[in-house]
Design a protein around this ligand. Structure first.
Ligand code: SF4
Length: 189
């Protein structure tokens, strides 16, 4: 398993997590690297609420198994809709997604600061359906010096991601999360 080092050698970080499938291999990698994550579920983009609860419940189960703290942010889809207003018809991986990343990572950065956690990373960067540069640009824009732009797909993690999904029998969604992604790309996670 890939060993990673957090910026500044931090041993405790905030890990923004989008779902269990994207978190499996990342949490294993952090554990094996001696880094303790506080997992932060902040995904007001997900719609409808039932889908949000389903993804959260899978992550709760896995966080319990891994023995890591899971913090659940408020679900505020109305605020998220406001953050992407005017971008509803953008294609996936376009400007709406950049605004969506900034919204979620901005909330995560505020929480990390409130807990005194010096480093923030996200499992969003582990999905091959996301543009890594876009995730990192959003992280750098809203998280400043605490951003950790690790590529969680290399070093065998992409393969391990898929294995953990199978081993754990995770619910593995077929669209990104928001109502616009469901309408545009019904087969893409
Ligand atoms: S497609 Fe995914 S990343 Fe893009 S705006 Fe919708 S939920 Fe956010």
């Amino acid at each position: 398993m890939l060993k990673v080092e957090a910026p500044g050698g931090a041993k405790e970080i905030l890990l923004h997590a989008c779902c269990a499938p994207c978190s499996g291999a990342v949490l294993e990698c952090l554990r094996d690297s001696g880094i303790r994550p506080v997992v932060f579920f902040s995904n007001s983009n997900i719609f409808p609420r039932e889908e949000y609860e389903l993804r959260l419940s899978e992550l709760r189960r896995y966080a319990g198994l891994m023995g890591v703290e899971l913090v659940e942010d408020e679900y505020d889809h109305a605020a998220w809709l406001e953050a992407v207003r005017g971008l509803e018809t953008e294609p996936e991986r376009g400007r709406r997604c950049a605004a969506c990343f900034r919204f979620r990572l901005g909330r995560a950065a505020a929480y990390a600061a409130s807990r005194g956690l010096p480093v923030l990373a996200t499992t969003l960067a582990s999905s091959r359906w996301k543009v890594l540069d876009q995730v990192n640009a959003a992280g750098e824009a809203v998280c400043g010096g605490m951003w950790w732009g690790q590529n969680w797909r290399k070093g065998g993690l992409q393969e391990r991601r898929n294995e953990v999904i199978r081993e754990q029998g995770f619910y593995n969604q077929t669209w990104c999360g928001c109502e616009f992604s469901k309408n545009q790309n019904p087969l893409i996670q």
